[in-house]
Write a protein that binds this ligand. Structure first.
Ligand SMILES: [Zn+2]
Length: 67
């Protein structure tokens, strides 16, 4: 099960969650404020290990073969 990164559009909180691919965009809810305005971030590097609360934004180009 892949880990996805989400960002709340209400409070700006960035968090990660393990989800099935088929459920990646369903029933999203911010753990901080409870808002459902959450946007999934494209992050293929979460599996490789990212520092907690790491830098917001990219710096982590997805590599071919990740699916
Ligand atoms: Zn929030």
């Amino acid at each position: 099960m892949p880990m996805y990164e989400y960002r709340c559009q209400e409070c700006g909180k960035l968090y990660e969650q393990l989800r099935r691919m088929s459920d990646a965009d369903t029933n999203l809810q911010c753990p901080g404020c409870g808002s459902q305005k959450v946007q999934r971030q494209v992050s293929a590097c979460a599996i490789a290990g990212s520092s907690s609360g790491g830098p917001s934004g990219g710096g982590c180009a997805p590599r071919g073969g990740f699916s």
